[in-house]
Design a protein around this ligand. Structure first.
Ligand SMILES: Nc1ncnc2c1ncn2[C@@H]1O[C@H](COP(=O)(O)OP(=O)(O)O)[C@@H](O)[C@H]1O
Ligand SMILES: [Mg+2]
Length: 321
């Protein structure tokens, strides 16, 4: 198994009037070639900032990557200059965001926007770029792509707009696709279709994927391994099957219990007590300790390291010391 992306101890902070907001605070994550991993955790835990850090898109100031390594195809992305990063972004690594309306430009037709990706990143002629655009719009399942080419974003449904975004992200056959809540803004019926589409295109292009979501149900079908994030750090990384069979971290256990249908036939019976800490005031020791049903003395004092557990799991919890 070849490693495509390897993130080590990534820290991305926002420097605000109220001190440092530790949006990403020690993330370790790895993705193999052709593998899909899920990055899951409650809203505000730092998932999008992890993704934006990989792409060099952290809004700066106030944001800044303060430490860590992001090795992609063996090169540390954090040591590249702006032009080198631009060559990788969109080309080798691309991203699909949650809300396609804000990422598409309202004043250009969707076809022109897809064609522009080819114009910007390749030497293709205008005519050839348009031909490729129609072709990829067809691949993502947009009916009559020659005609739809001339539509403006607002003329398409949410699902169709997300297909256009996927077309743009895949146009240059990246090695890694980062999909950040790609279906969250869509109707439930469309969600499954879009996810299936992304996954089948991923296989076809033998890409790797980081699927980011707050919804554990969404990733279970497509991801091989899950990275569970809590308050800026990864607390558990395990194969999907093991997360569902024997979740290790008390936070992962809470997330699963809060999932409709997991233990209650569709009704959510459980919510994790307490609330996510503000990332400018991360608790001492284990950051989950104030909410943890199995908290011990040491948890309040010392932050646990990642412990290996079984053949393939990692867990940041003193119970596994
Ligand atoms: N521009 C900003 N200024 C200050 N803090 C920010 C800014 N953008 C994001 N954050 C902080 O980063 C944290 C993580 O955000 P994000 O990565 O978007 O979370 P997620 O994608 O998991 O919902 C947020 O909780 C917020 O406190
Ligand atoms: Mg997000």
């Amino acid at each position: 198994m070849e490693e495509l992306l390897h993130i080590e101890d990534l820290r991305t902070y926002f420097f605000t009037g109220q001190g440092a907001v530790k949006a990403v605070d020690g993330v370790d994550l790895f993705v193999n070639t052709s593998q899909t991993i899920g990055l899951v955790g409650e809203s505000g835990c730092g998932k999008s900032m992890t993704a934006l850090s990989i792409l060099g898109l952290v809004p700066s100031p106030p944001g800044k990557i303060v430490s860590g390594k992001i090795l992609f195809e063996g090169r540390d992305l954090l040591s590249l200059d702006k032009t080198e990063i631009l060559g990788i972004r969109g080309n080798r690594i691309s991203m699909v965001f949650q809300e396609p309306m804000t990422s598409l430009n309202p004043v250009f037709t969707v076809g022109e926007q897809v064609a522009e990706v080819y114009r910007y990143h390749t030497d293709l002629s205008k005519r050839e770029s348009r031909r490729r655009a129609v072709d990829i719009l067809n691949q993502v399942g947009i009916p009559s792509p020659e005609r739809r080419f001339h539509d403006y974003p607002h003329q398409l449904s949410g699902g169709m707009r997300q297909r256009v975004m996927i077309a743009m992200a895949l146009s240059l056959s990246p090695r890694l696709l980062i999909a950040d809540e790609p279906t969250t803004a869509l109707d439930v019926t469309i969600q499954a279709q879009i996810l299936e589409l992304i996954d089948s295109l991923r296989k076809e292009h033998s890409m790797s994927m980081i699927l980011i979501t707050h919804d554990l149900g969404v990733v279970s079908e497509v991801a091989e391994r899950l990275f569970v994030m809590y308050a800026g750090t990864i607390v558990e990384a395990s194969p999907v099957k093991e997360i569902f069979d024997t979740p290790l971290h008390p936070y992962t256990q809470g997330l699963l219990r809060a999932l409709p249908a997991y233990e209650s036939g569709g009704k959510t019976l459980y919510t994790i007590p307490g609330s996510v800490p503000r990332l400018s005031e991360i608790p001492a020791g284990c950051r989950f300790s104030p909410r943890c049903p199995r908290v011990m003395e040491i948890c309040k004092r010392e932050e646990p390291p990642m412990f290996n557990q079984g053949a393939a799991s990692l867990v940041k919890c003193w119970l596994f010391r």
